[in-house]
Design a protein around this ligand. Structure first.
Ligand code: SAM
Length: 223
């Protein structure tokens, strides 16, 4: 994408009422929406997050199917989620928001027990050992997810990366969490949950074209 196009999207994001772009300082100093996200949506419906949402395909698809649930797509790249935000506005979807921030700050943004469910869609696997701290299913991230999730809340991870899938399953076993479902090739399994096979993200489509299997794990954290 050209830089002119990016600037245009940044500008439009500023005018979208479903886009929130707090500064790091606003987030870490008593963030105004923490514990108050239901007032943002003006209802008491459950809240589901998509982390590293990119263009927000999952956020939009799940929100269309579940109008009584609120969805927030989170990504640091605003020019990407502009697509999802624009679609939500065009389709008058009131249960969708996009938040531009670092996932590392998630426990400053949401209160304990504020979140119903988390989706992590095609995260960078961060294979190099030095990058472990950026891997979205390392122990430090899992603890943050546990903090903001409701007691029975769960996490969904969809990835093309066998490494990420295996790493996450190993960690979940090792730390004694509850694996609710795991599959290493969702499109070859007749029992795959509908929400897992009915939506393809931007990155996923490219992996499918390359013939890569898509993996999925759903889990509940027990810290
Ligand atoms: C490989 S892309 C996948 C995007 C989308 N989920 C898809 O499947 O098409 C990973 C996304 O995660 C975002 N991301 C990675 N690490 C992040 C972090 N720590 N905080 C916020 N966003 C992050 C990137 O900006 C990027 O859009």
């Amino acid at each position: 994408m050209g830089s002119k196009n990016k600037l245009k999207r940044f500008k439009e994001n500023e005018s979208f009422e479903n886009v929130i772009q707090p500064t790091r300082e606003e987030v870490i100093n008593d963030f105004s929406l923490k514990g108050k996200w239901n007032s943002f949506f003006k209802n008491d419906n459950p809240i589901v997050l998509e982390l590293g949402c990119g263009k927000g395909e999952y956020t939009i698809a799940l929100a269309e199917k579940n109008p009584a649930i609120n969805f927030i797509g989170i990504d640091i790249k605003g020019a990407r989620f502009w697509r999802g935000a624009k679609t939500a506005i065009e389709n008058n979807m009131k249960n969708v928001a996009f938040l531009r921030t670092q996932i590392e700050l998630i426990d400053f943004i949401f209160e304990e027990n504020e979140i119903e469910e988390i989706w992590i869609t095609f995260p960078d696997p961060q294979i190099k050992y030095k990058r472990t701290k950026h891997r979205l299913t390392n122990t430090s991230f899992l603890k943050k997810y546990h903090k903001i999730l409701k007691k029975d809340g769960c996490v969904n991870l969809k990835t093309d990366s066998e490494f990420m899938h295996g790493y996450t399953l190993g960690l979940l076993h090792g730390e004694g969490h509850e694996i609710l479902y795991a599959n290493h090739d969702v499109y070859k399994n007749v029992y795959s949950p509908e929400e897992v096979i009915s939506t393809q993200t931007f990155y996923e489509k490219q992996y499918l074209e390359q013939g890569k299997p898509i993996t999925y794990v759903k889990f509940r954290l027990n810290y």
